[in-house]
Design a protein around this ligand. Sequence first.
Ligand SMILES: [Mg+2]
Length: 183
Amino acid sequence: MKKFKNSSIFLDRDGTLNVDHGYVCNPEKIQLLDGIIPAIQLLKNAKYKLFLFTNQSGVSLGKYTKADVDACNNRLVDLIGIQDCFTEICIATEPPSQEKSYNYRKPSPRFILEMIKKYNLDPKKSYMVGDKDTDALAGIRAGINAIYLATGAPPTEFMVNIINSGQAIGFPSLLTFAQYLTA
Ligand SMILES: [Mg+2]
């Protein structure tokens, strides 16, 4: 008998779930983007395991602390208001100069690959969702689907190219993506 594999969504944070003010580090300033609550509800109801995967180089650059990131993540989960929202959270604190495959910083696929193994995830039914090239690349390198949301950073030429070549799919928002997945 074939063993059941889990479907999953890896979510970037800033520009994907909340407004990206740049180096977001104050929980008071966490502001959910439109439609995030119904989107998360749809995905949870459809039994997707959700993972939060956020690059926070501000920690290693000394702009804020890991405790600040935790406080922002807690505030985010409170605002979403859904129990056990994320199965696991990865905060990649390495600076951009440490963009190595053995680190967690996106575009490294390390966190995604570890979760695939740990939770028996089906790569074909797993998605890395974000607003930047590094999000899409982490998904592609991990062998899962890459989703670009137009809610944060505008698409780069690289992003347009990978969408046109079918390596990534673009959506206007997390809600439209969730509706597409669960339709
Ligand atoms: Mg982002």
